[in-house]
Design a protein around this ligand. Structure first.
Ligand code: BG6
Length: 482
């Protein structure tokens, strides 16, 4: 039965992936190592990297590194993009591995073989009229930049990133119209290793370094906007925020103010700078919370001018869950979540990985973001990480995934009715890939199943799940049949 939702005619339906989680080919054709290659697998991944003696090195006697193989997209991309086309994708969001283009990160000249690989990906997409959306940095800076330069807290990275961006834009800016700068830039408040390359031994536990790294990334983001617009004014550059809709646990004013500040500090701080082009009014309070002031950071007048001159063109978000804020001690029941946990919300169910499922939270997110910024919003990640079972007849009946996606698509439709301008929807891991938080393969998001287990065993063959046909219908009816 058809619904009454009205998605815009040019709505960008598709799917999203990240290089380090699917490509494999980690040492092919001159690619340098990235920080993702040195992340041990398993549920204790973040605990391990937080230990004081964690080092940037690969120790195969001690750990497994599933990102090295990914799902071997490096050698299967034609088949995979063909399947995306069969689902009717209008767009495909993927990331470029910075260390394929600049293997160390600090070179003057790029690695041509790396550029050739992405040219083939882009051409394969265009063959099917799939609009590529490219993330420039998705949790994988070149390892050398983290190891020898100390990650994003080092100002030199601005210049390295600008060089990399220029190379990418000059190579692909005539074929690709949408670029995102830093994936989930705000996630560094919980795990600075992923987006900033900061671990305890290079200062990752000092919040001042996290804010300095953010500042450098903000300036790099502005430079990326300038580089893109100078090359081709039709290119749109977006920021990418991890948005976890935040509720006060109850009407106690103490929880209300804590919730307001959580929104500012977590959901909005990075976006306020990247979208509005200036540090927000609450910055002083936020810095003070961690015991420093603006004078303790290296922020120049020229930086501030650059931020003002080149804000992003649109906002992109990942949305998986909401969070509840409780500061008065009435509950301590915790749940896990997308790179951040929190208090359990008694009104919500959780996924197998203990993430709270809340489609209405997505409607609220889109309404709040549009009210605040009046810029188009692209939902570039959303989905359910679940265990799939291949039945005796070879089929995978992933109705739980369909239900999750359906409810979230409805929420987007409702936000559009509310007045929010939403550009598109690219569910995460449209093809199964390695989990970012745990390195597991068994945490699956895809509409396409990949035969590979947590120990790297399997044929790597691809198989359509029930959700494949379902999503195909969603796209072909422009969201009218869910
Ligand atoms: C986001 C990331 O945090 O969520 C992705 O941008 C990640 O890289 C996705 O894979 C889902 O998280 P996870 O931990 O289940 O892979």
């Amino acid at each position: 039965m058809e619904n009454n939702l009205e998605f815009p005619e040019n709505f960008l339906w598709g799917g999203a992936t990240a290089a380090n989680q699917l490509e494999g080919g980690f040492d092919c054709d001159g690619r340098g190592l990235s920080i993702a290659d040195a992340l041990p697998s398993g549920k204790k991944r973040f605990e391990i990297v937080q230990t004081p003696d964690f080092e940037w090195k690969i120790d195969e006697n001690k750990y497994q590194y599933p990102n090295h193989l990914g799902i071997d997209y490096y050698h299967h991309y034609k088949e995979d993009i063909g399947l995306f086309a069969e689902m009717g994708f209008k767009t495909y969001r993927f990331s470029i591995s910075w260390s394929r283009i600049y293997p160390r990160g600090d070179e003057q000249e790029p690695n041509q073989a790396g550029l050739d690989f992405y040219e083939k990906i882009i051409d394969e997409c265009l063959k099917y009229k799939i609009e590529p959306v490219i993330t420039l940095s998705h949790y994988e800076m070149p390892l050398i930049l983290a190891k020898e330069y100390g990650g994003w807290k080092n100002r030199q990275l601005i210049e390295f990133f600008a060089r990399y961006t220029k190379t990418v834009i000059e190579s692909f800016g005539n074929k690709v119209h949408y670029f995102l700068t830093f994936n989930e830039i705000n996630s560094a408040s919980q795990h600075p290793i992923m987006g900033q390359g900061l671990i305890p031994s290079n200062g990752g536990n000092d919040k001042k370094n996290v804010f300095q790294a953010w500042h450098n990334q903000f300036v790099a983001s502005s430079k990326a906007v300038k580089i893109a617009h100078d090359f081709n004014p039709n290119i749109k550059v977006g920021c990418m925020l991890l948005y976890a809709t935040s509720y006060a646990y109850n009407s106690d004013p103490k929880n209300q103010i804590a919730n307001l500040q959580n929104n500012q500090d977590f959901n909005y701080f990075c976006g306020d700078v990247q979208i509005r082009g200036q540090y927000p009014a609450y910055t002083k309070r936020l810095f003070a919370k961690y015991g420093f002031t603006k004078a303790d950071l290296d922020i120049t007048k020229e930086d501030l001018q650059e931020l003002k001159a080149y804000p992003v063109d649109f906002i992109s978000i990942s949305y998986y869950m909401s969070t509840a804020i409780e500061t008065t001690g009435i509950t301590n029941e915790q749940v896990a979540g997308n790179l951040m946990g929190g208090v359990k919300n008694p009104f919500l169910e959780v996924s197998d990985w203990d993430w709270q499922i809340d489609p209405t939270g997505l409607r609220i997110a889109l309404d709040e973001l549009y009210d605040r910024y009046q810029k188009p919003i692209f939902v570039v990640e959303n989905g359910l990480g679940a265990k799939d079972k291949v039945e005796a007849n070879g089929k995978i009946y992933d109705d739980y995934r369909i239900n999750y996606l359906k409810a979230h698509i409805e929420a987007i439709g409702e936000a559009i009715v509310d007045g929010a301008k939403v550009m598109g929807y690219t569910p995460w891991g449209c093809i199964d890939l390695v989990s970012a938080s745990t390195g597991e393969m068994s945490k699956r998001y895809g509409m396409i199943y990949v035969d590979l287990d947590d120990n790297g065993q399997g044929t790597l063959s691809r198989k359509k799940k029930k959700s494949f046909e379902w999503y195909k219908q969603v796209i072909s009816t422009n969201g009218r049949v869910l």
